[in-house]
Design a protein around this ligand. Structure first.
Ligand SMILES: Nc1ncnc2c1ncn2[C@@H]1O[C@H](COP(=O)(O)OP(=O)(O)OP(=O)(O)O)[C@@H](O)[C@H]1O
Length: 485
């Protein structure tokens, strides 16, 4: 690095190594981030992206190697903070029992003194307006009452607020994973403005089109190492996938042969009885689309409740549910990976009320291999897994059950490209065997894989699309239609 490059470096990591037992989370990573650039960081689940983020933000000292923050000689979180480095974490880190403005104060010590609440409310409202124009989040709202998308928006806005130290580098770890297409576009536009004004961003995402559109330079990680690093313009989507060690598979054709006549396995109307009715047949993959927060999750929960109303768990479950907000509704954080998986299939693994541990272990191993859960041991705690790998466990829990209907609430949050393709293949083959999937997704590509799609707006279904009518254009135009009574 020459003198002028060193001068603009916000942070430089040299030969960083981090290990957890036998797992090499970082295996000699060297990376410099300069002012005015947006680095796209990609890699499979467990590649080491969140670990390098923790090194860059000073939260984790590498076991070997060094980190230098531009403009300060210190180490750790305090030095990183003083160097203007901020991070929006994948698992989100707001306090749910505090309001939006109180969370702003927790993250910004400079927001203090008489009248801080009013000042803070003005600052955070202004930043939310700037990044997400048209949002409806109140600064006085308790964070626990917000949807996961709103929490993601608040955390992003708080991070970009300038109170005290200037913001020089923002690390965004999968910042659009819960945002619908419109909110994601608003965020990307803001990131472009921030970078044009001299800020630096590290943008981590499994949505490769997003990375290619926002990044100036792309860094590809694999098994704790940087395996490729060059200007974004020199990468294609295909090239990125190959660099990550995944294989691009041909997209499977939509199965129009699915019987849409006959008796539906599920029927419903939306909660307020308005809009079009919903029905699902055996072997269908049904997508829920529309802007986020327009009733899709509520409908999934209603469907789940009506099919599993009894508190006594039946031996033959009627439905399984894959939660999108894994930290709140999905994982048992003190349990092992195996227990988190097997809780969904306990009746199948028990005889006369006793768990057959050998069978439990064998089933866990077979799903570990089938869905690629990256761990040396299924007995390790669930939190030892990377975010995407935790999500795979939740998937395996639902898919391993015998439930004929699987409800999925934006279930691919944080799952890498290669695994997504594997899961799409599993869904297709399970559907061919008669299983029904109801799938809410904030990713348009996923919705377009479904046999039939219901588009939601204002809590009601406003359109039903099937076959070749399932297209981005039709979904977007229906998303802005009003619900008919
Ligand atoms: N506290 C921990 N204890 C044990 N292993 C850990 C711990 N934290 C991370 N690891 C391991 O380190 C490796 C790298 O994890 P990391 O979270 O950095 O991956 P990632 O690239 O961010 O993945 P994802 O895309 O799923 O978020 C993984 O194999 C993970 O299981």
């Amino acid at each position: 690095m020459n003198a002028s490059e060193a001068a603009t470096a916000v942070v430089s990591v040299t030969d960083a190594k981090v290990h957890y037992g036998a797992v090499r989370a970082l295996d000699g990573v060297t990376l410099t981030i300069r002012a005015g650039e947006c680095i796209g960081l990609v890699g499979h689940n467990g590649a080491g992206k969140s670990t390098i983020v923790n090194v860059i933000n000073g939260g984790l000292s590498p076991h070997q190697g060094s980190v230098a923050f531009g403009g300060t000689s210190g180490q750790g979180i305090k030095a990183a903070r003083e160097a203007g480095i901020r991070c929006v974490f994948q698992e989100l880190s707001l306090c749910p029992n505090l309001t939006v403005v109180e969370n702003t104060r927790v993250m910004h010590r400079g927001l203090a003194g008489w009248g801080w609440r009013l000042r803070g409310a003005q600052i955070i409202a202004k930043k939310l307006d700037e990044i997400f124009p048209g949002h409806s989040i109140e600064a006085s709202e308790q964070v626990g009452n917000l949807t996961i998308a709103e929490r993601q928006m608040v955390e992003i806005a708080i991070t970009f607020c300038e109170i005290g130290n200037p913001v020089r580098l923002v690390i965004l770890d999968e910042p659009t994973s819960s945002l619908d297409a419109r909110l994601a576009e608003q965020l990307l536009a803001y990131v472009r403005r921030f970078v044009d004004a001299g800020g630096a961003v590290v943008f981590i995402s499994h949505i490769l089109s997003e990375i290619l559109s926002i990044a100036s330079r792309i860094v590809v990680m694999k098994d704790g190492k940087v395996v490729a690093e060059r200007a974004a313009a020199d990468f294609s989507e295909h090239g990125l996938i190959e660099a990550m060690g995944s294989v691009v598979k041909a997209r499977q054709a939509r199965e129009l042969a699915v019987a849409q006549s006959g008796v539906p396995v599920l029927t419903a109307r939306t909660a307020r009885g308005i809009g079009l009715p919903f029905k699902a047949h055996r072997g269908e993959i049904i997508g829920f689309a529309g802007l986020g927060g327009h009733g899709q999750t509520e409908m999934l929960i209603d469907l789940f409740n009506t099919r599993s109303g009894n508190w006594l768990r039946p031996a033959d479950p009627a439905v399984a549910f894959v939660a999108g907000d894994r930290a709140v509704n999905g994982t048992f954080t003190l349990w092992s990976i195996l227990k988190n998986f097997s809780i969904g299939v306990l009746p199948d693994l028990s005889r006369l009320g006793r768990l057959d541990e050998k069978q439990e272990e064998a089933l866990g191993q077979s799903w570990r291999e089938r869905i690629g859960i990256r761990t040396p041991d299924m007995e390790h705690g669930i939190l030892s897994l990377s975010g995407g790998n935790q999500q795979k466990v939740l998937f395996a829990r639902a898919l391993a059950s015998r439930a004929p209907v699987v409800l999925m609430d934006d279930p691919m949050r944080g799952v890498d490209f290669g695994t997504k393709q594997e899961v799409y293949g599993i869904l297709r083959s399970e559907a061919a065997n008669g299983r029904t999937f109801i799938w809410y997704s904030t990713e348009m590509d996923e919705v377009c894989l479904c046999d039939r799609v219901y588009v939601f707006n204002n809590g009601a279904i406003v359109a039903e699309l099937s076959g070749d009518d399932v297209s981005e254009e039709n979904i977007l135009s229906a998303s802005f239609k009003e619900a008919a009574a």
